[in-house]
Design a protein around this ligand. Sequence first.
Ligand code: CO8
Length: 297
Amino acid sequence: MASIGSVTRSLISKTILNPGRIAVVHNTGFIKFYSAAPNYENIKIDVVGSKKNVGLIQLNRPKALNALCKPLIEEVGKAVKDFDADDKIAGIILTGNEKAFAAGADIKEMQNNTYSGCQKTGFLAEWEIITNCGKPLIAAVNGFALGGGCELAMLCDIIYAGENAKFGQPEIAIGTIPGAGGTQRLPRYVGKSKAMEIVLTGNFFTAQEAEKMGLVSKVFPVDKLLEETIKLAEKIGTHSPLIVKMAKQAVNQAFETTLKSGLLYEKSLFYGTFATDDRKEGMTAFVEKRPPNFKNE
Ligand code: CO8
């Protein structure tokens, strides 16, 4: 299976990725973004795609199977926030390596936690930043996505998986329960019976099973996963960023509310699109039989 390095090299040869990021950073105004970015220890970031409009975040603690220690989640939060604030970025991809997306919370870091300590420090509060991202967040999952790793994938908007991906919520086997959305998001994706089975047994399930359950949108050969996920983000990037954001808000509302109030929410956002220049441009371009030129206004 290809590593992110070899996938990156193969994409460079297809000019999907930028071989000299620093130069393009200068050319496209990313210099400020990158020079301001901290020296990450647990993740790698890049800007990819033929239009250099896709933010890529790779979890990078391979020896610990990308276990989600607090500094790693803080770095992911910072990178997501920066990409979210960057007008040139249309979507953000979260990925790991071929063995693991993430094997869960860092059990060694958590081992001596206490109830009062969790309460006092607000354990897991740093996940909120990722949840609040307004731009499409796409998980590209190869290998293990377990516990917090499965939960991290589930808080993304779309999950693409490699054929070797293994999902699971095995917290029960170490005397705890999912704590970053596993008991809440999983039933919304796969229904109660499946979610209960997964959470109460701790059993792992395959990418193909995850696709069948509706947790994963598509499954790809391992070495094609990142390339296909970049294509997905690029396709989304052809649309108005403003309208994409509204569509994301509307779909997410379906998980938060009753059908009646969700439909009301949808209607008000739908009407709201008629206050935007991009809605006008989109429909005018259709009528004039030309491609739209969206301005994010
Ligand atoms: N935490 C810390 N270290 C880990 C973790 C983890 N979750 N998973 C793997 N590692 C480490 C191992 O300790 C090992 O390190 P070392 O070489 O120093 O001993 C290294 O990664 C490689 O792991 P293995 O040797 O075990 O690799 P295998 O290929 O034999 O097995 C498995 C891979 C099956 C994935 C196995 O490592 C495993 O079962 N890992 C634990 C999976 C798990 O239980 N995850 C759930 C954790 S609890 C959780 O996520 C709670 C969520 C709460 C919210 C989220 C908070 C961030």
